[in-house]
Design a protein around this ligand. Structure first.
Ligand code: HAM
Length: 422
């Protein structure tokens, strides 16, 4: 019978890879708690309308990429393609937004039916950050400073650059949209098929087109920055001032519009040229209109999400992974002969009691060639136990090919402590 395989674009993350994921997740969590952010956990499935109403009906995500299905009640549900909409829904539903400021983060799988390739999957993982109730540019800056600090901690700061733009208010963007449509309509015959289609539905997305001929047309297109309303322009100037003062470099990219409809004012992306086509490792922006759009009271908000797979790939590509990360235990404990396995299990428990943090793996299989098998595990420490003539347990502790022989049970803890690097 044919074996059942995983679904295309949905990956198993195997023991060889999970330490890097954990390292990344732990580093992010530590960093976020240093900025006073709290974790929220949302369901993976939501009502389809939540995403339609927030991400936008005529976006790639909603038009082509959602995993939507009917449940047994005939209700249309969708596997979340992103976390912002769910986070807003959850915060609003539980009364966490009115008259309050909030700083949240979340992590977990997201689902988009995209064409899988390196760095682009159908089930992928994000760590997202969302803030609510704060309208000023200092929060936008905080998110960028926080992410810059993360790259620094991960040792990938030099591999990523920050692209920055302001989309302005909804009114300013509508005015710009008209100017862009007028201009592009004059050059309709030079646009690629996708862009032509977007001319009516979502013209700003044409700015993202990778088609060379469309790009040539875009070179002389009107610029969003020329249409910014005063409030957005001041907000953007304040953000840039804080970034400049903090020494965070950025590139102004007037064509950065993002693929989700809820943004206004600040948008940004951290990109790398080390991963090929899928180079955006973290992206976000301000979405002051979304809470109201989803039925809440007007609440300013700004956030971002990073792609965990892409960051893991980047850490691996740059070899920015701490040594020994993949070694899942500190000490390998094995019996040299039969008949003492039950005592070994208790000894392992005692060692865990007395040396908290010591990661002990006990050998629970055949004992043939046990000494070399134990060394082949790559464990920094190997402890081989046997009984002496009096029936007492005695051990040999190996560290860097240096043995300490005949250690009685009472001596084991101090012997291990003398060579264990935590
Ligand atoms: P997004 O740009 O759609 O924004 O996704 C954020 C990040 O998720 C991307 O920059 C990328 O690193 C990763 N990503 C997206 N799609 C895939 C995929 N198919 N495979 C692998 N990684 C992927 C959002 O989702 C917004 N919710 C971000 C946000 C939060 N804006 C405000 N708050």
């Amino acid at each position: 019978m044919a074996k059942i395989k995983a679904i295309r674009g949905m990956n198993d993350i195997l023991p060889d890879a999970t330490p890097v994921w954990q390292y990344l997740e732990n580093t992010v969590q530590q960093l976020l708690s240093g900025y006073g952010y709290s974790e929220v956990r949302m369901p993976i499935v939501e009502q389809t309308d939540l995403f339609k109403r927030s991400i936008g009906e005529v976006t790639d995500i909603v038009e082509k990429e959602m995993y939507t299905f009917e449940d047994r009640n005939g209700e249309s549900l969708t596997l979340r393609p992103e976390g912002t909409a769910s986070c807003v829904r959850a915060a609003e539903e539980h009364g966490l937004l009115f008259n309050q400021t909030q700083r949240f983060w979340y992590q977990g799988p997201m689902f988009r039916y995209e064409k899988p390739q390196k760095g682009r999957y159908r089930q992928f993982h994000q760590i997202g950050v969302e803030t609510f109730g704060m309208a000023s540019a200092d929060v936008d800056a905080e998110l960028i400073l926080l992410s810059a600090r993360l790259w620094q901690r991960l040792g990938i700061r030099d591999a990523v650059t920050l692209q920055l733009n302001s989309l302005g208010s909804n009114e300013a963007r509508a005015e710009y949209r008209q100017a862009l449509v007028d201009y592009l309509t004059l050059h309709k015959d030079q646009l690629d098929e996708d862009s032509l289609r977007r001319l009516d539905s979502n013209p700003l997305r044409i700015l993202d087109s990778k088609d060379p001929q469309t790009q040539t047309v875009l070179e002389s297109a009107p610029l969003l920055s020329d249409y910014l309303d005063q409030e957005s322009a001041e907000h953007f100037a304040e953000l840039r001032r804080i970034l400049d003062d903090a020494g965070v470099k950025y590139e102004l990219n007037p064509r950065l519009v993002r693929g989700l409809d809820y943004y206004c004012k600040t948008v940004f992306e951290w990109v790398t040229d080390k991963l090929g086509a899928q180079g955006t490792v973290c992206a976000g922006g301000r979405y002051d209109g979304l809470v109201k759009q989803l039925g809440g009271r007007p609440t300013p908000a700004v956030g971002f999400a990073m792609g965990v797979e892409r960051l893991v790939l980047l850490l691996e590509t740059l070899e920015a992974i701490p040594a020994d990360l993949r070694q899942p235990f500190d000490i390998y404990l094995a019996a040299e002969h039969k008949g003492i396995q039950h005592r070994l299990m208790l000894l392992a428990e005692q060692l865990r009691d007395q040396l908290p943090g010591l990661r002990v793996r006990v050998h629970c299989a055949g004992l043939k060639n046990i000494a070399s098998k134990a060394r082949q595990t790559g464990a920094p420490l190997v402890l081989l136990m046997k009984t002496d003539e009096a029936g007492e347990l005695v051990g040999t502790l190996w560290h860097n090919d240096q043995p300490q022989f005949d250690l009685g049970e009472a001596q084991l803890v101090s012997a291990i402590e003398s060579v264990w690097t935590r």
